[in-house]
Design a protein around this ligand. Structure first.
Ligand SMILES: Cc1ncc(COP(=O)(O)O)c(C=O)c1O
Length: 409
């Protein structure tokens, strides 16, 4: 099949092979230089070949690849995370977002001694059976835990309840239906995997408060939003503090690292041995060196303002050029991660509302952009990073108009 992740399998015209990458550019095996707005599906917040990250890794390379034991690098990263993530008092490290989501659920279940979890339609929390449900739906599908692929035994998602997003009464009602049984509510704070829908005003705060009222743990899956929409992720951006947050992707800017952070009380179940979190590569010193350099680079003044400005300028160009050609197109999300939707007349509030978008036209647009040297994800999502500067903005603007003209008919 030739792809390392099933989600890369059906990419048109064919899954591209890359030879190398530098800054905001990927170079494919045929020698094309592509301006990249995929950022490797999100992690490359600083682009490729970043001098500070390279230097940090080179330093670590001579000091050891893996210890399988505690080291200063863990403490130095944990201290940085606690400093920049509002309300985060403790952190533990894992490797992928998929794993760290499971760590958060394990902590929540051990802490509450309950088993059920709530997740929402269209939200992606990794590829394991208990959360890979109701991820990609068809319009008539019922609301309930539907497996996303073969090989998912129903027993493995029997404790997962699925609800529509941005609907607080549905959450409250479910807590009343299953009193004392729900351990956690798991949500992406911006529905980046399902059309970059934004939470309604007060929704995230309401979710956290509803969890508190019913003795459950609130978990923000910040694998995309963390270290991207603000240095403090959704906690800072929305001013809301859940019990736990899950980090990955941009945390180590392209190196394999994930983490769970949150209230100290939740981590006591690990400290006193009520539960276990394990992994040969947990706290890998190379990835941790990359993460420390990433946070230091992201903490420089103005970084997030520039990300926001660049993304807003690209969104404005997309909407203006589309409107000039009579093509219905709108964008949702924020500057550093947003989605473009053909055919929608108002911003979708949840995953079901994104299903009305014309993805075939988006597919044609994506290919038209690729022919003009701009590399985009197939699902309408755009990632903006610090390597996107003025030259890249000019290049992407120059491609957008003609690409839209091609798909206007
Ligand atoms: C919100 C969210 N959670 C979890 C994951 C899983 O992370 P990983 O692919 O590192 O396992 C992803 C991956 O795209 C994600 O977007």
């Amino acid at each position: 099949m030739g792809v390392a992740s099933g989600l890369r399998r059906h990419i048109e015209p064919c899954p591209l092979f890359f030879d190398r990458a530098d800054g905001a550019y990927f170079f494919d095996a045929d020698g094309h230089r592509l301006l990249d707005y995929t950022l490797g599906w999100g992690p490359l917040i600083l682009g490729n070949n970043h001098p500070a990250i390279n230097a940090a890794i080179e330093r670590q390379l001579t000091r050891g690849y893996a210890y399988g034991a505690q080291h200063w690098g863990e403490i130095e990263l944990a201290e940085r995370m606690v400093r920049v993530l509002p309300g985060v008092e403790r952190v533990v490290f894992s490797n992928t977002g998929t794993e760290a989501v499971q760590v958060a659920l394990r902590l929540a279940r051990a802490y509450t001694q309950r088993t059920k979890i709530i997740k929402f339609e269209g939200h992606y929390h990794g590829w394991l059976n208990n959360v890979l449900v109701s991820y990609r739906l068809k319009p008539g599908d019922p609301c309930g835990p539907l497996p996303a692929c073969g090989g998912q035994p129903p027993s493995e998602f029997a404790e997962t309840l699925v609800l529509p997003w941005n609907d607080l009464p549905a959450v409250d009602e479910t807590f009343r239906q299953f009193p004392g049984q729900i351990a956690a509510v798991l949500t992406e704070p911006i529905l980046a995997n399902g059309g970059s829908c934004l939470p309604d005003d007060g929704y995230l705060r309401g979710l956290v408060e509803t969890c508190r009222t019913h003795g459950a743990v609130s978990i923000f899956d910040e694998v995309i939003t963390g270290f991207r929409i603000a240095l403090g992720g959704a906690r800072e951006f929305f001013g809301v503090g859940p019990d736990l947050s899950v980090y990955g992707k941009a945390l180590a800017a392209g190196f394999t690292l994930s983490a769970v952070g949150g209230k100290a009380a939740l981590f006591e179940v690990l400290q006193d041995g009520r539960t276990i979190h394990a992994g040969t590569y947990n706290g890998n010193p190379i990835s941790l060196a990359a993460a420390r350099a990433t946070i230091d680079a992201l903490a420089a003044p103005g970084v997030f303002d520039e990300l926001e400005a660049h993304g807003s300028a690209v969104r404005a160009a997309l909407e203006a050029e589309a409107s000039r050609r009579g093509v219905p197109l709108l964008t949702t999300g924020c500057g550093s991660v947003f989605s473009a939707h053909f055919g929608l007349l108002r911003a979708p509030r949840n995953y079901r509302e994104t299903l009305r978008a014309d993805m075939q036209r988006y597919g044609r647009f994506r290919l038209a952009m690729l022919r003009r040297g701009v590399h985009l994800l197939p699902d309408g999502r755009w990632y903006v990073g610090a390597a996107h500067g003025e030259a890249e903005l000019a290049a992407v603007r120059a491609a957008i108009g003609p690409a839209l003209a091609e798909v206007a008919a």
